[in-house]
Design a protein around this ligand. Sequence first.
Ligand code: BGC
Length: 417
Amino acid sequence: MKAIRFPENFALGAASAATQIDGDCRESNWYDWYLKGRIKDNSNPDIATDHRGHLEEDTRLMDEMGIRHYRFGLEWARLEPREGEFSEEELQKVRQEITLLRQNGIEVLLTLHHFSNPMWFERQGGFLHPRAVERYLAMVEYAVRGLGDLVSEYVTVNEPNVYAFCGYLGGGFPPGEFNPLHALRIMKVLGECHRRAYRLIHTIHAEMGWPEPKVGFAAHMRVFTPYSARNLWHRLACRISEYLFQTRINKTYLLGKEGPYADFLGLNYYARTATSGLGDGTLPGVAVNDLGWEIYPDGIVECCRKLHALLPQLPIYITENGTADNHDSFRRRYLYEHLKALTESGLPVTRYYHWCFVDNFEWLEGFTARFGLIHFDPVTHRRTVKKSGEFYARMIAEHGITEQMAREAAGEEYHYG
Ligand code: BGC
C-alpha cells in the first residue's frame, strides 16, 4: 500500500448545503415537498441536522479536525421569504456564522443556490418564469453586498443538470415534472444565471474595494460508459447522455460567448453511469455504495481532465466528493482511492471538499443515506466523529496518507453490485 503526499497548495475541506443541515425553514419548496410526503423516511428539512442550533459545536468539530475550508450555502427562502422582501435578520445570522468560522481559521466557499427555492418563486414556475434570472440576481446582489466583506469565494449554482433532471425529468425532486423541454430550458436559464452572477459578483467586489473574488459553479459530472461496448445503441446513448447531461453545460457555462466565466473549475463527482438507454445504470459486478452508485475512483480524474481541457489555466476545486456508507465500513478506502487518483494525476487540483461533514438530510432519501464524516442521531441530535472522520483529520494533519493509514483503508470491503 502506497503512502501519498499531497501537493503543497492542496487543501482538504468539507461541504454542505443550507436545506440539508440548517433546519428552521418553512418557506422553501423542500419543506413543501416534505409536507406532501415525498421524503422516504419522512424526515423534516425544517429540522435537518439543526445546524442552526449547533453552530458552535459544528464549528468546533471542524476546527478540531483541522478543516480550514468549508463550503456551505444560503437558503434563498429565508433570505427573501416574500418576493422583494429581504431579511436583514437572516443576513445577520449568516454573517455571524461566517464570522465564527473565520475566528476559527476556516475560510468559506459560499453557495448561492443549491436546489432549494422559496415557495413564492416555485409557485411562479421557478426558473421557467420569464423573469427568473432577474429574481435570482436580485437575491445574489443582496447577499453579496451584505456578505462580500467576509467572503471572497462563491459557487453561483450547484449542479444545474441534477436540478433539471431530478425536478423536470421524473427524478422525484420538486416540482415533480416530466418534461424534457422544460429540463433543457432550466439548464439554459441557469447558465444565464451563472454567467450574469459571475460578472455581478466581480462588479460588486470591485466597486466596494473588496478583494477580487473567485467565482465558479459546481458541475456535477459522471463518467459515462456503454452498458455493453458491443451494442451500438448503448454506445450512442452514452454519447447523447454525456453531451446533454454535462458537456454542453460545461462549455456554455464556463466559456459562453465572452467567457471565461469562472475563476476555478468546480467539480462534484460521485459515480460512473452505464448507459443502455437515456437513463442511469450500473455495470454488473462493480463496487457500489449504499445507494447502488458505482465506486469508480479513476472517474474523478477523467472528469477533472475534461474540465481542465476547457480552461487549463484555472485551479480545480473538488466542490463535492463522498459516498453513501451508512455503517462507515468503506469510506476510508473510498477516500484513499479518490485522493490517490487525484494526487497522481498531476492536475492542478487545489481543494477537495468532502461531501459531507455531518450526515445530512439527503433530499428524497432523508436520513436513510449517510454521507458524513460525523454521525448524526436524528433523535438526540448528537454528533459523533466516525472512523472515517478520524481518518480525515489524520490526512489533514499528515498532509497526505501514511503507509499505515493506506493499509487501514485497503482493509475495508466494498459491496459489489
Ligand atoms: C448534491 C448534494 C447531495 C449529494 C449526494 C450532490 O448531487 O449536490 O446536495 O447531497 O450529491 O447525493
